[in-house]
Structure formats: structure tokens, C-alpha cells
Design a protein. Structure first.
Length: 385
């Protein structure tokens, strides 16, 4: 993959030039450290069934790009003191079309195309977002989206898919498009730069006061050391258990997130023989102070510390309730970055986060059409309109 190619950008096509957020800088650093690696590259495959018109799929994505400038963004860093993201006025989404409908094993061929799209990583200096459309039959297609996390978080993916579905629906049914009025990503960047972080940093210093990081190169349990392996370990809770969890959290006045964070903290305490742990959690980064932030597409998430402490004789439910209260404080002080916290805590070169927990909770049910469902690794759109 070629990075930061010196492809000339016409000045009349530049809408704006913005600095990177701290999270974007971190992602760019990881990319430059290992250009052929898989850090932060994203890919999703969607199964489209029903009345599918591939030319309208391509047209719909370009309308979505017109409404969301982050899809028209490219990055530059070579020869610059600080990297920038350049928002273009016009930019077509790269779309590839593959007709596999006459092939004997079209599913396998679609799998191969998906793999090839993954191997040929997107180039953030030219097109951080691209689409591949595979025709399997007259009424079934696969749509493969390849992107880099530097332009989109999970919440933004949900917004884009909703808008894509709505635009396609309008085109297919011959209805006029309603122009969406949204705030610009640059407004978020400028708001972020202007913020006074001092009060939030004071809150974080108080929150982490007295914490002593512990070494966790390997668990203290010898048997656990011998069996320790990294990997992906999927597990699905059954519906009855999920129902019981929801009923329990509602009764206790806590959130599922607080419960899961508490469980992870207690597990670390038991594994490493400590009573005070800190790990990373991902927050949305969407400050409610910015009107319209929930509909904005871009990279907002950040990693912040979550502290779990156990007092001698304390009931677990009381620990969970404290975590629930702490989450409110964290959400209210997420204007800071992890680097700010480490710097003002006096440990800029020390990583106090031994692990990180990510809870994905996007507004799918209220924003997604009823015709969208998830099946294994595919997300299914039924476009019979």
C-alpha cells in the first residue's frame, strides 16, 4: 500500500483543512509504524436481497458522501510539522462491480473478493473509504465496505448505513431527496481545540489519586501462565440470561455497562492479587454540548481510564453501584485525552492501562430500518421496495 502519495489536490476543490484529533494522530502513528499491518483497518460485508439495482447503490453512496464530508476527506503528513485532514468539496466514492451470477461457486468467489479487498488496504491519502458490489443473482448481491478507522467510529457506521438505506429507497421509488441539515465535522474539531481542560483534568487527578500501577506481564497463577494464549474467543449469551441481566440491572438502578466493567475489574483483582485496578474503556466522545453531535459522522471515540476498587467486606452490588456513579463522572469529563491524564498525573511515559474493555452500544434499533437484520458475518438488507 502506498501512503501519502503526492497526488495534486486542486485548491478550488478544497473545502477545509483541519488538524487531526489526538485519537486520529494515534491511529496515523500506528499506520506509519506498520503500513502493511491490520491496525484500524475496517471491513464489513452486507447481503442485499430483493429488488437490487447496483447503479443506484453506487449513486446512493455518493449522495451520502455529499452529506458527510468525512467521506470526502484525505490525509497528508509528509513534510508537515503536524498532519492534516483535507476536506474536499467533491469526491466520488470508489466503487467496483463484480458480476458473479454466471459462476458456479459465486459465494466462494465473493469470499475471495472480500479477502482481496482486505489485503489491498485503503489508502488514507487518496480514498479512506471504498465499496465493492458483487452480484450473485438477480435478487442477491454482496456489498463490501472497506475503510480506515481514522475517519469513522462505530456510531458513525450506523448513521451512514441508515442514510444509505434512505437515499437508495428514494431513488428506487422515484421520490425526491430531502437535503439533510447537519453540523460539520470541522465544527466539532474547532470546538474541541477551544475547550479548557483544566477542570476536567482536576477531576481525573482526584479520581486516580493514590493509584499505584501494578505489573501484569503475566498472571501470578502458575497454571494460568502455562495455559495463557491470545486469540478471539466468541461467546453468545442466550436470550433468557440477557433478560435476567436486564431485569437485575433495572431493579438495582445500574447499567449493563457498569456490571460488565465491574466483573472485568474483579477478575483482574483475583488474577493479579490486587484490590485496586485501572483499565481502559471506550467512550463515545460525543459531547451533548454540541447540538446535532449524535447525527455527525466522523472519529469521536477515545480511551479513558476506569478504576475499580474493592474495600474489605464490601458487597459486590455496592461496588457495581459505585462504578455506575463513576461512569457518569467519566462521561461528564471526557473532553480530555488519555495523554492529558497521564501527563498531569505525573506518569507521561507509563501506561497505567493493562487491559481495555470495549462495549459497543450503537443506536441500531431506533435508527435502522426494520428490513435490516444480522446473520453471522453478514448484515442483511432486504431492498424489496
Amino acid at each position: 500500500m502506498v501512503l501519502d502519495r503526492n497526488i495534486k489536490i486542486m485548491s478550488e476543490n478544497v473545502e477545509d483543512i483541519l488538524p487531526l484529533t489526538p485519537m486520529q494522530k494515534s491511529m496515523l502513528f500506528m499506520l506509519l509504524l506498520n503500513p502493511s499491518g491490520e491496525f484500524y483497518f475496517e471491513q464489513q460485508r452486507y447481503r442485499l436481497t430483493g429488488c437490487v439495482r447496483p447503479e443506484l447503490v453506487e449513486k446512493a453512496w455518493n449522495i451520502v458522501a455529499n452529506n458527510n464530508e468525512i467521506l470526502r476527506t484525505v490525509f497528508r503528513w509528509k513534510g508537515l510539522e503536524n498532519p492534516v485532514q483535507i476536506l474536499l468539496k467533491e469526491k466520488k466514492i470508489p466503487v467496483k462491480h463484480f458480476d458473479l451470477s454466471q459462476e458456479k461457486d459465486c459465494i466462494k468467489l465473493s469470499d475471495n473478493i472480500e479477502l482481496e479487498e482486505w489485503r489491498n488496504k485503503v489508502d488514507i491519502s487518496t480514498s479512506p473509504f471504498r465499496v465493492a458490489i458483487c452480484k450473485l443473482s438477480e435478487e442477491e448481491y454482496h456489498m463490501i465496505l472497506s475503510t480506515h478507522h481514522i475517519i469513522l467510529d462505530g456510531w458513525s457506521n450506523a448513521i451512514l448505513l441508515k442514510e444509505f438505506y434512505e437515499v437508495y429507497n428514494c431513488f428506487h421509488n422515484g421520490r425526491g431527496l430531502i437535503k439533510k441539515t447537519k453540523i460539520k465535522y470541522k465544527e466539532y474539531i474547532r470546538w474541541m481545540v477551544k475547550q479548557d481542560k483544566s477542570k476536567a483534568i482536576d477531576k481525573w487527578r482526584e479520581y486516580l489519586k493514590g493509584y499505584v500501577p501494578f505489573k501484569s506481564v503475566s498472571p501470578s497463577n502458575v497454571t494460568l501462565q502455562e495455559n495463557y494464549k491470545t486469540g478471539i474467543y466468541p461467546y453468545r449469551f442466550n436470550k433468557d440470561f440477557i433478560g435476567e441481566l436486564k431485569s437485575f440491572t433495572k431493579k438495582q438502578g445500574i447499567t449493563l455497562a457498569a456490571l460488565f466493567y465491574s466483573i472485568w475489574g474483579i477478575l483482574q483483582m483475583q488474577t493479579y492479587g490486587v484490590e485496586d485496578v485501572v483499565f481502559g474503556i471506550t467512550v463515545s466522545g460525543r459531547d451533548p454540548e454540541i447540538i446535532g453531535i449524535d447525527d455527525l459522522v466522523g472519529m469521536f471515540i477515545k480511551t479513558l481510564p476506569m478504576r475499580i476498587r474493592a474495600e474489605k467486606g464490601e458487597k459486590i452490588i455496592n461496588l457495581v453501584k459505585q462504578v455506575s456513579l463513576d461512569l457518569v463522572t467519566i462521561e461528564g469529563n471526557q473532553i480530555v485525552e488519555l495523554s492529558d491524564i497521564l501527563h498531569y498525573q505525573g506518569s507521561p511515559g507509563e501506561n497505567i492501562l493493562n487491559t481495555a474493555v470495549v462495549i459497543q452500544n450503537y443506536p441500531l434499533e431506533k435508527n435502522y430500518p426494520a428490513a435490516m437484520m444480522v446473520f453471522s458475518s453478514l448484515i442483511w438488507f432486504h431492498l424489496d421496495m
